[in-house]
Design a protein around this ligand. Structure first.
Ligand SMILES: C[S@@+](CC[C@H](N)C(=O)[O-])C[C@H]1O[C@@H](n2cnc3c(N)ncnc32)[C@H](O)[C@@H]1O
Length: 262
């Protein structure tokens, strides 16, 4: 905790929402969680990296690759990307200094701090804005990756609404607003004039100490996602990481969105 506190005060993210919506604290705690859950997360991390590496041939050229939700790069084969593409652009709301330090040997990696949903500052001003993001669409990317961010986008918004605007909005408006965030991220990915690799958790299951599933949530019941190219299970919160007698597993889908004119 003390180490996390000092890391927190040493970081100076560009965007106000990085602190206000708890992204900075979450990015720091993700590093600690990854250490605790290393064994359970390794198969998932390896499968993400292999999926990306095996599908680099989908790129329409090797000048540039855009990575959305790069975070601590646990799931990104960063060396392979830096070797394969002339320019690698990593986008996240927070890039921790420790993550950047690890990559100083690569001269072709660029870090961009950006709100991928493009609606967080509106929320801070009390508005439930719905929009399909626009950043990066005008560039000619060889390949675009969205890696375990789609399901995460509504989480901080939901927590912020709960904390700051408890009775300001109708419950139904908040529900559709949060659903629209993932829908608009998917529409955003479909708008790139480049192939997109999307990795996201599609089903969340809660299980008890007897390993029996006690609740199942379908994250994208409101969306018509295509069939994944491949999928796997991720034991994301082995007991007692989430609760002392409840664990969480996810079904993760890896999709190839070709996005090219037919
Ligand atoms: C599950 S982590 C992804 C981990 C990452 N793919 C990796 O390889 O380690 C989700 C990431 O989404 C980022 N994130 C969440 N909301 C965001 C937003 N609105 N804009 C940009 N990044 C966001 C978080 O900072 C975090 O790094």
């Amino acid at each position: 905790m003390i180490r996390e506190f000092f890391t927190y005060i040493s970081e100076s993210p560009k965007l106000a929402s990085a602190k206000k919506l708890g992204h900075l604290a979450e990015s720091i705690s993700l590093l600690a969680r990854e250490k605790r859950c290393q064994k359970a997360w390794l198969p998932h991390r390896t499968l993400c990296k292999s999926f990306i590496t095996e599908h680099l041939s989908e790129a329409q050229h090797y000048d540039s690759v855009l990575v959305l939700g790069s975070g601590p790069l646990h799931e990104i084969p960063i060396e392979a990307l830096a070797r394969t593409f002339k320019q690698v652009t990593l986008v996240d709301i927070v890039h921790l200094k420790s993550v950047k330090r690890e990559l100083t040997r690569f001269t072709n990696i660029k870090f961009v701090e950006h709100d991928i949903s493009e609606i967080e500052s509106a929320l801070i001003n009390g508005e439930l804005l719905r929009k399909i993001p626009e950043a990066f669409l005008s560039q000619n990317w060889g390949l675009v990756l969205s890696v375990n961010i789609m399901s995460q986008l509504p989480l901080h918004l939901e927590a912020y609404i709960e904390k700051t605007f408890k009775n300001k909005f109708q419950k139904e408006d908040v529900e559709t607003y949060l659903q629209d965030v993932t829908k608009n991220h998917f529409l955003y990915l479909k708008s790139f004039n480049a192939p997109v690799l999307l990795i996201t958790d599609t089903v969340t299951s809660y299980y008890n100490k007897q390993n029996l599933v006690i609740q199942t949530d379908h994250n994208y019941a409101h969306l018509n996602l295509p069939r994944p190219a491949t999928e796997w299970n991720w034991n994301v919160a082995p007991i007692p990481e989430f609760q002392k007698d409840v664990g969480i597993k996810m079904n993760v889908g890896a999709f190839v969105l070709k996005n090219l004119p037919s």
